[in-house]
Design a protein around this ligand. Structure first.
Ligand SMILES: [Mn+2]
Length: 246
């Protein structure tokens, strides 16, 4: 994997256009253009799309500008990796073979410059989240995907839009965030005790970094109010914030 490594999560590109969505994308594309200049690897740690369900002959058209940007990045030699999240798990060949260089359906690990990375989207990690873990198994099962594919795309995407609107990304309560910090640090500790140097996850929209047992844990932020991303420059992992309206 080519350095520097950029990690971005929970961008949640929307199916519906709005002036807010337009400026979010402009600011994202400014960062992606900067990555084109430095080269390296851009790793999307899940929920790049607010909803993505690919059919054998169809892809969602709401993300056309992103597909173009991704092609420009690849043309400039940037490696594109994506670990699928709970909003964009349902990919097929367009995403796995055309858009990205590598797609991960589950947590993944790798080593760069002698540093060991553990990457996870992060959903289902909380100890009390039994119901969600069951739901995750169901909606990722081949049977569910096969059945969902038979719903007409217009209706399928209507359902997705309704669910997306009902589950707005309000900032979680401080109590919830504090529980998340404790729980995910516990998970990270186990990985660091097994020789990992870095754990990177998304999903919780925190944009925070922690030193744990000699390792570093990044719980990435989202691309709404305070966009952020992590960079591994070949030696160390750091969290950066990005100006929306530069
Ligand atoms: Mn998520």
């Amino acid at each position: 994997m080519k350095t520097p490594l950029y990690f971005i999560s929970d961008i949640h590109l929307k199916l519906r256009t709005s002036s807010e969505e337009k400026s979010r994308r402009e600011s994202l594309f400014r960062l992606l253009d900067q990555i084109r200049k430095t080269g390296g690897t851009c790793f999307f740690v899940g929920d790049l799309f607010d909803f993505y369900f690919e059919y054998p002959h169809l892809i969602p058209k709401a993300y056309t500008d992103f597909y173009q940007k991704a092609a420009e990045m690849k043309k400039d030699g940037v490696e594109l990796h994506m670990l699928l999240g709970n909003h964009d798990y349902w990919v097929q060949e367009f995403l796995t073979d055309e858009l990205m260089d590598h797609v991960y359906f589950n947590d993944t690990t790798f080593e760069v410059n002698g540093k060991k990375f553990y990457i996870s989207h992060g959903d289902g990690l909380l100890s009390w989240d039994h119901g969600y873990r069951l739901l995750k198994k169901v909606i990722r099962s081949p049977l569910f995907i096969w059945l969902f594919r038979w719903i007409h795309p217009t209706i399928a995407y209507k359902i997705a839009n309704a669910i997306s609107r009902s589950g707005r990304h309000d900032t979680h309560s401080e109590n919830f965030n504090e529980d998340v910090r404790i729980e995910i640090q516990d998970v990270a500790k186990k990985h660091f005790d097994h020789g990992f140097d870095f754990m990177i996850c998304g999903h919780y929209h925190l944009g925070e970094m922690f030193d744990v047992n000699g390792g570093k844990l990044a719980i990435l932020g989202d691309w709404f109010n305070l966009p952020s991303y992590a960079v591994f420059d070949g030696i160390n992992l750091k969290l950066h914030f990005w100006e929306h309206n530069a």
